[in-house]
Design a protein around this ligand. Sequence first.
Ligand code: ZN
Length: 313
Amino acid sequence: MKSYLALPLALMLGCSSVKNETTAQTDHKLLKDVEILSSDAYEGRKTGTKGAEMSRAYLSKRFEEIGLKPISVLGGYEQLFSFNNSAGEKVYGKNMLAYIPGKSEEIIVISAHYDHIGIINNEVYNGADDNASGVAGLLKIAAHFKKQQPNHSIIIAAFDAEEMGLRGSKAFIADPAVPLTKIRLNINMDMISHNDKNELYACGTFKNPGLKKYFIFNNNRIKVLFGHDDPATGHEDWTNQSDQGSFNAVNIPFIYFGVEDHKDYHKATDEYKNINETFFNDAVSAILQVASNIDKERDIQQIFREKLQMKKQ
Ligand SMILES: [Zn+2]
């Protein structure tokens, strides 16, 4: 179901932002990352399993290839945490974190969870869309900002244990490797590769409408829609349905990118062959452009002050 708030951005922004017909070129590395992480060998990447360990080895290799540095106080990419699962057992998880120094110390956290739900009744739940796609997008965005130094410092966060209740992002917020007061925004990706209507949602502008003006990208094939973020819509509000919820809980503004649930959602058929390659490619390209537009904003807090002014009027 779609939120009544959703409007195609092309309509909201007028023609000028979409006059460019360019569409993103296919990025084979992006697709390869999804294909590998969602292959049967990774056993559905459930927290605490061999598949999760393999995912971290893969992420570690990719972080190094890109040239990402750890957050200095952690001394490595891994952030260990533990929690009790619904059966009361202690479970260990590990976030994979990296830091890209910007020109300022103000931080944007860009995130995607790498865990999924593992093997159920001897079937591997590969989680290609949920959320190998977000992790692959995260790696592409990391490579971009590594090459072109951002204005803001950026934390690249591949969270663990999202599927067990946003545990990795909650641990990141509870035991922050950087002062939370420096974090200005979270951009989270969870399920960005599978939609038959070319629709990607961007949630978070209900609370912070000032963010809308940064949604300019040179691709008129993908439709990025606002919505799924009005608390009055109950379960249709996705604010707490992925890791952005942990940031929102401490009043850090967020943008969450994701698609509507689809026929393969949380099924063994969420496989690489069922993602929409062109849509995925376009989605990551649009997200990267929005992130880059926001990064260019010198005073990011001003975006959120605008909201306060709008309220006063
Ligand atoms: Zn997910």
